[in-house]
Each structure stands twice: as C-alpha cells, then as structure tokens.
Design a protein around this ligand. Structure first.
Ligand SMILES: C[S@@+](CC[C@H](N)C(=O)[O-])C[C@H]1O[C@@H](n2cnc3c(N)ncnc32)[C@H](O)[C@@H]1O
Length: 293
C-alpha cells in the first residue's frame, strides 16, 4: 500500500486537538515527536508530557486527502513553518522497523536469532528464534539483555518460570531452551500473548511446557522457582504483591525495566518478602536480583 505523509509543527497545547482533526480529515495514523531538542525523561505513572513544540506526522492512504488536510490545517501550524506533504515508498513497514535487528549473543551459550537469519555456527549454541511481531522484546534493549544474561549465567534447568510482561515471549522461551521444565508468560497486551505463542511454535516448544495468558484469564500464580518481570518501575511497584505470591520460598526474582534512580523505590516494595539487591547495570538501567524468604 502506498502512503502519503503530512508533517506539521504545533505548540504542545494544540497537539491533541490537531491530532483529532487529522483523524477527522482521513489520517490513518498520527505520530507525535520532538520538533526541537528537548529530551523527555521517563514520566511518573499516568503522566503523558509533550515537548514544547511537537512535530506531528500523519499518514494518509490517499494523496488528495493529505493535500486537503494540509490546506485545512495551515492556520494551525506554527508561524513560519510549512506543512510538507510527501509520498512514502511502498514497503513492509514492520520488517523495515526490524531491519537493524541481527543475531545477539546474550551470554554463555545463549543466542537470540531473528527469524529471517540463520543461527551462527557455534558449538553448543542455544538459539532462540524470534520474530517480535507487534510485541516488545527483541533482545537488543538493555533491560531484556540483562535478563537474558542472567538466565544464560544461571540456566534455570528443571525449573518453573514465570515471565510477567512477556512481550514477544523472549525470556520465557530462552528459559525453556536453557532447560526450564515449564514457563508461564503473562501480558496485558493480547498481541504479546499471540507473539509469545507464535515464537514458542517457531522454537518447537512442546505446547505443554508453555502457557501465555492475559491477567484476565486468571493464571495460577504460585510456586514458581524463577519469576522474571521486565516492565517499568511503576507497574513493578504495583505488582509486588502479585509477584511475591508467585515465587516459592527460596525462589529467584529478576526485575528489569527500571532506571538506576528508581531502584530504591522498587526494592522497597519487595523488601518485606525478598532479599533483593542490584544485580546488574547497563546504560542507566538496572536489574534487581532477589531471593524469596
Ligand atoms: C518492556 S516489555 C518486556 C518484554 C519482554 N519480557 C522482554 O524482556 O523483552 C514489557 C511488557 O509488559 C507488558 N505489561 C505492562 N504492564 C503490565 C502489567 N501490569 N501486567 C502485565 N503485563 C504488563 C507490556 O504489554 C509489555 O509487553
């Protein structure tokens, strides 16, 4: 499908109204970006800050509609800025976004291999073949990479593993490939549940060894030897009671998705039930490593 892109810059207090208008004018997607150079750091839960000046990019399936939208919105763009309209090449957008993705050595014998690449020729390699689809989890993000390195460093052989916030299923599948007996993936996003099931099939995982569910399905959360959760600091704090009852006494807890300055707050939420400390740090992100008392 060929697409036409329209771009305009607007003040942050105008951005949502313009987004609404773009959809009314036939846009099929609208993306917000930084029109200046104003980094936004991780906001507190529930906050959705915008840049002072926002660049909106809208996609249309019809170039005429895009031209009409550009004319209709001319008075809303910032003074002195134009509203360029341009054709976008026809290509597979999901694949294009993944184009930079390649094989990743996660540590030990563990490798993450995109589904369109051949595994490396290494002796004793454990390969997770992965297509993230619409879900998060390619192995390249520091938070995922730290979890994978922890799994590779202490393979959970024979264990029952919970991957809470499973995304593409990368952690659950890596645990199974490293010898776990069973893994449960849980995610609030149904696309992630589907991606996990697809990736499990891609890796020839016996269906009896992995379940992937949304929390609404009320999965049985108890007696796990290893609990992994790579989410964000806010949800990790909120999920502390759920994850605590999921781990058996003596079980291991690995938490990721938090920045170094958030470690104290997250550890405090788990300290009643776990001995917990920082296990690894990468690019400002930390991995918390705990043991259920
Ligand atoms: C950062 S991704 C991690 C994906 C994968 N486990 C990895 O390590 O790459 C976080 C995932 O957690 C899910 N998530 C966010 N909040 C959640 C919650 N409260 N309960 C369950 N899943 C949640 C998101 O939908 C997303 O798929």
């Amino acid at each position: 499908m060929s697409l036409t892109e329209l771009q305009l810059e607007a003040a942050s207090d105008q951005a949502e109204a313009i987004e609404q208008r773009l959809f009314e004018l036939g846009a099929v997607s609208v993306e917000f970006g930084d029109a200046g150079d104003e980094p936004l750091f991780e906001p507190p839960p529930g906050a959705h800050p915008l840049w002072t000046t926002v660049r909106l990019k809208a996609l249309f399936t019809d170039d005429l509609r895009a031209e009409i939208a550009a004319a209709a919105l001319s008075e809303h763009s910032l003074p002195g800025t134009s509203i360029p309209v341009s054709a976008i090449d026809d290509r597979d957008w999901i694949r294009a976004g993944l184009a930079g993705l390649t094989r990743i050595h996660s540590g030990g014998d563990l490798w993450i291999v995109p589904s369109w690449e051949a595994p490396p020729e290494v002796d004793g390699g454990v390969f997770v073949h992965l297509d993230p689809g619409l879900a998060f989890g390619t192995g390249s993000h520091p938070t995922t990479a730290m979890c994978l390195a922890a799994l590779a460093g202490a393979p959970p052989r024979g264990q029952r593993v919970l991957d809470y916030g499973c995304g593409s299923g990368i952690l659950a599948i890596a645990a199974l490939k490293l010898g776990a007996a069973y893994a449960l993936g849980v995610d609030i996003d149904p696309q992630a549940v589907l991606a996990t099931q697809d990736n499990a099939a891609r890796n020839d995982i016996d269906p009896g060894r992995l379940d992937a569910l949304t929390p609404e399905a009320e999965p049985a959360l108890a007696d796990f030897d290893l609990v992994l959760a790579n989410i964000l600091a806010g949800p990790l704090v909120a999920l502390a009671p759920t994850l605590a009852r999921s781990a058996r006494p003596g079980g291991r807890l690995l938490l990721a998705g938090l920045l170094d300055w958030q470690a104290g707050e997250v550890m405090a939420a788990y300290r009643d039930e776990f001995d917990i400390d920082i296990g690894a740090e990468r690019d400002g992100w930390v991995l918390l490593d705990g043991c259920r008392r």
